[in-house]
Each structure stands twice: as structure tokens, then as C-alpha cells.
Design a protein around this ligand. Structure first.
Ligand SMILES: [Zn+2]
Ligand SMILES: [Zn+2]
Length: 308
């Protein structure tokens, strides 16, 4: 019936118009919402630009198996240093490194563009101290998913290193210097990756290596690391009974080389191994075990208690 068709069409237009107005109203509310949470424009556009560059670069340069392999390899290597460096070594001191290797771990972890080594450790120690309370800086239960995932990183409330949390690390001037110059390691890394690409295949090789080895893998590393603050406090089983919302997730454990066993980790933060059972696969721990055989790292003697 023509009348029915007209009324269905006009109601569809009405729904579309209402949805569009709702989206516009939501977007219009962002500046005030961001201002009230201390979120600044500069880090938003910088992080946004990386995402745009990643997508535009892939569209312009295309995908190849070599490119994917470079990206996955450099994601995995740098994730290993974030997990074992920023997290298990600098934040929790769960194994030992001599001063030379400590510097190497800090340098490679900092190529991930996740601010300074003391900054990272100080805020992470705070997270454990106040997990899922009002003083937790990134609790999705308290402030929602997006705040926990990325909002707090973009906010000026947490710009500064909490020095009283990292007095043990501040004894090392080289770490303090790196913490003051957080963009130096990523810039050196980007130049090195581009140089490798140049040697491999001229300017096109440099562009491809920079795209896949730096831009794409850095964006993926951000979301891999951020997912532990957001998804790992929403998803997963909770075999250890705790006040906080930390969960165990195999998916997150695979994406982050072992950090997905977050419920186990909150129950025993000082443990170098995060999965409490051998079948909770923890690739970062296996990597550390291998490095302990050649004495690059020293693991603690105590065995991980199987508590769940
Ligand atoms: Zn947590
Ligand atoms: Zn931790």
C-alpha cells in the first residue's frame, strides 16, 4: 500500500534524524566532559594521529606477509619488554637484572611510547595499592571502560611520576634521565627501523618498515597494554576470591604474553609467573626462564604455589 510505504519511510527518516541528533549531542558534550576530567587536546590528537597514520599507511602501502611478520615480531619483542620490564621487573621487582641489563630492559620497554619507566611503575604500584577503590586511577568499575582503557593516560591528573612510589628506582640516574626524556627511545627506535627498511628495499622499504615496525605495532601495543587495565578488570574467571574485579582471560594472556592471568596476578603481585598453573600459558615467564639459563636474568628460587 503506498500509504503504508510512505509512513514506514517517514518513521525511518524520523529514527535516523533522532539518532543523528543523539550522536551530535554526545559529540558536543565531549569537550566539557574532557575538560572536567583533565583530558587535554594535545595527547588526544597525537594518539589519534598514530591511529590515522596506521590505517592510511596500510591502505596506501598495502599488506604483505613480510609486513605482517615484521609487525607481529616487533609487537611480540616489545610486548615482552613491557611485560617483563615495565611490569614484572620495574613495578614489582619480581626477578633480578644487573645494572646493564636493567638499562637495556628500560630502553626497549620505552620504545613502546608508554611514557617513562618510573612514571609507568609508579602509577602501576598505585593501581595495586588501591585496586578498584575510589583512589584507583583506572578502575572500569568506578569510572567506566573508556576511562580505564585510555582516558586516564590522556588526563593531566596523572601526568607526573609519583616519586614516593619509586624511590628504589630513582637511585639510578640513567633511569631518571630516561624518565625525563620519554620520547628519546621511541625516536631512536623509529629511526633504526626506518634505516633497516632503507637498507632492505630503499625508500619504499623505509616507509614499510616504519609503518609496520613502528606505527602499526605501537598502536597494537597500546591497546594490548591498555586492555589489561580495562578488559582484565571486566572479563574473566576469578578463581582467587578478591575484593577487586581482576579476572583471568586466556585471550588476554595470549595477546599480552601472559598478562591476562590478572586475577592470579592481583592475588600474588610479586610472583614472576602470573598463571598459577602450568596450563595457564605465560609466554613472558617462559622467555624469562630461557634467559635465566644464559644468566641474563635471575629468577627467584621460590616455587609458585598452586592456590586455585
Ligand atoms: Zn589490575
Ligand atoms: Zn601488576
Amino acid at each position: 500500500m503506498p500509504g503504508d510505504v510512505r509512513s514506514v519511510a517517514s518513521s525511518s527518516v524520523g529514527v535516523a534524524r533522532a539518532s543523528l541528533l543523539a550522536v551530535i549531542a554526545r559529540l558536543a558534550s565531549f569537550p566539557a566532559l574532557w575538560r572536567s576530567n583533565g583530558i587535554r587536546f594535545a595527547p588526544v590528537w597525537q594518539m589519534g594521529l598514530f591511529h590515522v597514520l596506521a590505517v592510511a599507511g596500510v591502505v596506501l602501502l598495502g599488506i604483505s606477509w613480510t609486513a605482517v611478520l615484521i609487525s607481529v615480531a616487533l609487537y611480540a619483542i616489545r610486548m615482552f619488554f613491557i611485560v617483563t620490564g615495565y611490569h614484572r621487573y620495574f613495578s614489582h621487582r619480581s626477578f633480578r637484572l644487573n645494572r646493564f641489563w636493567q638499562l637495556v630492559w628500560a630502553l626497549v620497554a620505552m620504545t613502546s611510547t608508554q611514557k617513562g619507566v618510573l612514571w609507568w611503575a609508579s602509577h602501576h604500584r598505585r593501581h595495586h595499592r588501591y585496586a578498584d577503590t575510589d583512589r584507583d586511577l583506572h578502575s572500569p568499575a568506578r569510572r567506566g571502560f573508556w576511562w580505564a582503557h585510555v582516558g586516564w593516560v590522556l588526563s593531566d591528573q596523572f601526568d607526573h611520576t609519583v616519586h614516593e612510589e619509586v624511590r628504589d628506582l630513582a637511585k639510578f640516574p640513567e633511569l631518571v634521565w630516561l624518565n625525563r626524556h620519554p620520547l628519546t627511545p621511541p625516536l631512536v627506535y623509529a629511526l633504526a627501523v626506518a634505516g633497516l627498511g632503507l637498507a632492505w628495499d630503499g625508500w619504499l622499504g623505509a616507509a614499510n618498515f616504519l609503518l609496520w615496525g613502528f606505527v602499526v605495532s605501537t598502536v597494537l601495543l597500546w591497546h594490548g597494554s591498555f586492555s589489561i587495565n580495562s578488559f582484565a578488570h571486566i572479563w574473566g574467571r576469578r578463581p582467587q576470591e578478591r575484593e577487586d574485579t581482576s579476572g583471568n582471560s586466556l585471550t588476554l594472556a595470549l595477546l599480552t604474553l601472559g598478562e591476562g592471568w590478572h586475577n592470579d596476578h592481583h592475588a600474588d603481585p610479586a610472583s614472576v609467573r602470573q598463571g598459577k598453573h602450568w596450563w595457564r600459558i605465560d609466554l613472558a615467564y617462559l622467555g624469562l626462564r630461557a634467559l635465566s639459563l644464559v644468566r641474563v636474568v635471575r629468577l627467584p628460587a621460590r616455587r609458585i604455589p598452586a592456590t586455585a
